[in-house]
Design a protein around this ligand. Sequence first.
Ligand SMILES: [Zn+2]
Length: 100
Amino acid sequence: MKGLITICPECQVKTELREITVEFERKGIRATMSGIPAMVCPNCGEEYIPGEIGGDVIDVVSRAIDYLEALLKRSEVRRKELLPDQLTPSPKRLELALAS
Ligand SMILES: [Zn+2]
C-alpha cells in the first residue's frame, strides 16, 4: 500500500499494522467505527490511518450521521407521543463495525 507511514515521525520507531476503532462526534451524535486498518506506533501509540482509507471512513460516517439525524428529526414527534413521560432523551449513538 502506498502512503503508509512505516516509521513513526515522533519516535523513529517502526509502526505495526493493526485494526483500530475511531470515534467521531458530530451534530450531537457519537459514531464509533471499528476494524479500520492503521499503522500504529508501538512506542507512543500514535495511529496513522492511510489517507485513502481515512477519507473513505470520514465520508461514510458523515453520511451515516446525516441520515441518522434526519431519521431522529422525523421520529421525534412520534417519539414524544409514545413516550410522554420520558423527559431525558437517550444518548444518540451510532456504531459501525465490520462483521467477521
Ligand atoms: Zn511513536
